[in-house]
Design a protein around this ligand. Structure first.
Ligand code: WTA
Length: 593
């Protein structure tokens, strides 16, 4: 039951919760006029060619995403505007203007040039969040390399899988994280340059600080074909190793537009995206989209900490905030006294992505953030941009992902591509061809083609629509696990598990969890000679963490005698999940015995 808000408190506000639990909006009462007004009309009148005019092009139809995010502002009226307020999480902060960001990214591009990196070479980043990460990532794109940031939580196997598959020639890392790179460096024959920040730089490495100090701060952004690649990120599917999702420079058109329309940034805003750069949200809405719009961004280092988060909003007067449901749930769990201690009145719009946002989260925000609701947004690494969302001018139905971006055709369809009616559950599909759509799965055209069937792009999610055209998330159509917003493939975890000497076989599922959305749960068969114990389980967990990634280890492990398999030997995760959750077992005709 959602209580009525205090109407007096809402004098200056735009959101109102009514009995049907819809968050009613009155755009005329919003603090700033939304950039998108008249959604229904725009859905018919909008053309992508309109959005192409919002970014800068070079002669001959060439473009550069980083030029749009940095150079055009530095060379124009936003030269001295603050682009980045960076807080290291320990109370130290620094600021970079667009002009400074321009010069620094130019320097980085010149460093790549000097060491001999070539156009469209893969340059990886294995760095904690820091100004160097933003500068390197943008500088690499400006130069014409394909930039790829990795989560600092990755273990040696996580690093190796990505860098080997992509044939990365360079990695930018720091004195601490480089140790994990060296564990697999012998397996990376194409890796030529290890670029290290800070003072502890070995002979065979490139000192980023030294090279940056010497490099010229002038560089003309490389004129790229719109279809040339700008960044790539590895993401998990059901089977096999993570796959390299590759994006093009032209994505900037939709990054720009979606940031403008959905996140609704205005010239005077202070915008904060909490996502790490290892996640697509950090790349698209923590770097390129907002800076293409010339907005001041906050970057916060360190780990998640509720007090620090509220303090960040208060200190830098954050007005637009983009975060994730797990973080929202963690903040909720901390109680309402904590936010009440801070002045959070600068906030005017809140957004969330990555997992279903519970209606309770929307409601909680209304209570705690002075009648401002969270706006849920839906998209994927592959889509490269928000595609389905709640817009500032639109009423919110808590629990719904909202409606498609103008220019996007989304539908619920069956296995054969037949559109389903309102209220019917089916595959969430998008008509291919939007500007930010992935261009490739690196060196794996077969995997790429699997996404496209019957004239649709199949997202791997299931959903349904309601009578007003709102989309409602149902679940994944595959075994991919979303834990605390991170996408984890069960196969990767199973592969890491069976490398442990005590594990003979492993099956991995996502188990619903109140805070994290899902946790990773493993069922293992022990190698003969080993006996089950808590110490052994802890050891197995540590093992997976150190190999794969800090977030991709099983928080629960059950030892079982055998795993349900198909006759062809495939582990039936569906069955493991059904058993765990007490759900109907369904069709077992392919079961081994
Ligand atoms: C899930 C994240 C429910 C979904 C930008 C999708 C969501 C996957 C939402 C992509 C949402 C993302 N509601 N589920 N608003 N947003 N998802 O590639 O399953 O990390 O397919 O990109 O996250 O995850 P990815």
């Amino acid at each position: 039951m959602i209580p009525e808000p205090d109407v007096d408190m809402m004098a200056d506000e735009s959101s109102e919760l009514i009995h049907t639990q819809i968050v009613k909006k009155d755009p005329s009462k919003l603090r700033l006029k939304p950039n998108l007004l008249g959604y229904e009309d725009l859905r018919t009148t909008f053309r992508w060619s309109d959005a192409e005019k919002m970014v800068d092009w070079f002669p001959g139809g060439k473009i550069n995403a980083a030029y749009n995010a940095v150079d055009r502002h530095a060379l124009g009226k936003r030269k001295d505007k603050v682009a980045l307020i960076y807080d290291d999480g320990e109370g130290n902060f620094s600021k970079l203007t667009f002009d400074q960001l321009y010069r620094q990214t130019n320097k980085f591009a010149n460093v790549l040039k000097k060491i001999g990196v070539k156009r469209q070479d893969r340059v990886f980043f294995f760095l904690s969040r820091s100004p160097a990460l933003y500068i390197g990532f943008l500088g690499a794109i400006k130069y014409g390399a394909i930039a790829s940031p990795m989560f600092p939580a990755f273990g040696p196997d996580g690093i190796k899988d990505r860098m080997l598959d992509s044939g990365a020639v360079a990695i930018v890392t720091d004195g601490e994280l480089k140790k994990r790179v060296y564990e697999v460096v012998k397996d990376l024959p194409e890796l030529k340059h290890i670029i290290v920040t800070g003072k502890e730089v070995a002979q065979n490495e490139v000192s980023l600080d030294t090279e940056m100090a010497e490099a010229s701060d002038q560089f003309e952004a490389t004129h790229m074909d719109p279809e040339e690649f700008s960044y790539m990120l590895y993401t998990s599917g059901t089977t096999g190793k993570p796959k390299g999702v590759v994006h093009a420079h032209k994505d900037i058109v939709q990054m720009h537009l979606s940031t403008y329309w959905v996140l609704d940034v205005h010239e005077e805003d202070v915008y904060w995206c909490t996502a790490d750069l290892g996640w697509v949200t950090g790349v698209v809405y923590g770097v390129l989209g907002p800076w293409s719009n010339g907005v001041t961004q906050v970057g916060l280092g360190g780990r998640f900490d509720p007090e620090r988060w509220y303090k960040t909003i208060q200190s830098y007067k954050v007005s637009v905030w983009y975060t994730a449901p797990t973080a929202v749930r963690m903040l909720m769990a901390k109680g309402d006294d904590l936010p009440n201690k801070y002045d959070l009145s600068s906030l005017r719009a809140l957004y969330s992505v990555g997992e279903p946002l519970n209606p309770e989260g929307v409601k909680w925000a209304l209570d705690v953030f002075d009648s401002k609701p969270f706006h849920d947004t839906w998209w994927q690494t592959e889509t490269g941009s928000i595609l389905i969302t709640n817009f500032p001018e639109m009423d919110i139905k808590p629990g719904s992902m909202g409606k498609p971006l103008p220019g996007i055709e989304a539908a619920i369809v069956d296995e054969n591509g037949k559109p389903l009616g309102q209220g019917e559950e089916g595959h969430l599909c998008i008509r291919p061809g939007w500007p930010a759509m992935m261009r490739q799965i690196w060196k794996n055209p077969a995997k790429y083609n699997e996404y496209f069937r019957n004239g649709w792009y199949y997202t791997g999610d299931t959903a349904q629509t309601d009578e007003d055209g709102y989309f409602w998330y149902v679940g994944r159509a595959d075994d991919v696990i979303k834990t605390a917003g991170e996408r984890v493939g069960p196969f990767e975890v199973e592969s890491a598990l069976i490398e442990h000497p005590a594990v003979a076989e492993a099956g991995v599922i996502g188990k619903p969890d109140e805070i994290r959305g899902n946790i990773i749960k493993a069922f293992i068969v022990l190698t003969p000679g080993y006996t089950e114990s808590d110490a052994l389980k802890t050891d197995i967990q540590k093992f997976v963490k150190s190999k794969l990634a800090g977030h991709a280890y099983p928080r629960e492990i059950d030892v079982v005698k055998n795993l349900p398999k198909t006759r062809s030997g495939k582990i039936m995760r569906r069955l493991l999940r059904a058993r765990e959750l007490g759900l109907p077992i369904g069709d077992t005709s392919t079961l081994e015995d």
